[in-house]
Write a protein that binds this ligand. Structure first.
Ligand SMILES: N[C@@H](CCC(=O)N[C@@H](CS)C(=O)NCC(=O)O)C(=O)O
Length: 184
């Protein structure tokens, strides 16, 4: 992960195996925002230390700390904050609402299935029999929805890259680690 020390830099507390954390540095990289990355391993318990919880009570990554010390959590909230005023957010209200629609869907339906299956298979190394059998068809429905929506489009919303594409690519690109077929 890049380490960029600049006075204006934000600090990203992130875990390099996490798609939620990838989203944040993808946006920062795309916009050329300076940042310092502090590797914070969930599996090693770094989000559960008294020090981390005292500062960031939700105990999750990504959490960013702005140059003035204010903190912000929740990957998609961070994306919206970092992208404010940039080309990654459409200005037309309907297109902007469509970006939000994809971001809410990502958290509600995509991340909770695709990231959950990946974590169980690739990190907890659970055998298939110990994974909720409803998860795989729910993942496949989520991928299918994206596939159908993307068939005649380059981007999820409008004619240019937005934070919606970045939020959705994060765990989609890792879906095969959850035993999902991305061949299509
Ligand atoms: N909805 C949150 C989810 C954050 C999340 O679940 N982060 C995981 C890593 S991907 C984490 O920190 N897990 C540790 C924990 O919940 O204790 C977001 O989008 O930022």
């Amino acid at each position: 992960m890049p380490e960029r020390g600049a006075d204006r830099a934000i600090t990203i507390y992130g875990d390099r195996i996490s798609g939620n954390c990838d989203k944040v540095h993808f946006v920062a990289d795309h916009l050329g925002l300076p940042y310092r990355w502090v590797e914070t391993s969930v599996i090693a318990g770094a989000t559960r230390t008294a020090e981390f919880l005292a500062r960031y009570p939700a105990g999750q990554v990504p959490t960013v700390v702005l140059a003035d010390g204010r903190a912000l959590a929740q990957s998609n909230a961070i994306l919206l904050y970092l992208a404010a005023g940039s080309d990654l957010l459409p200005s037309a209200p309907y297109d902007r609402a469509l970006v939000d629609q994809w971001l809410f869907w990502e958290q509600n339906t995509h991340e909770t299935t695709i990231a959950a299956r990946r974590y169980r298979k690739s990190y907890l190394k659970l055998p298939e029999a110990e994974i909720d059998p409803s998860l795989k068809p729910r993942c496949e429905r989520a991928l299918d929805l994206m596939e159908r929506h993307s068939a005649a489009r380059r981007f999820l919303v409008g004619e240019r890259l937005s934070v919606a594409d970045i939020a959705l690519v994060a765990y989609t690109r890792m879906a095969s680690e959850g035993g999902l077929d991305l061949e299509k």
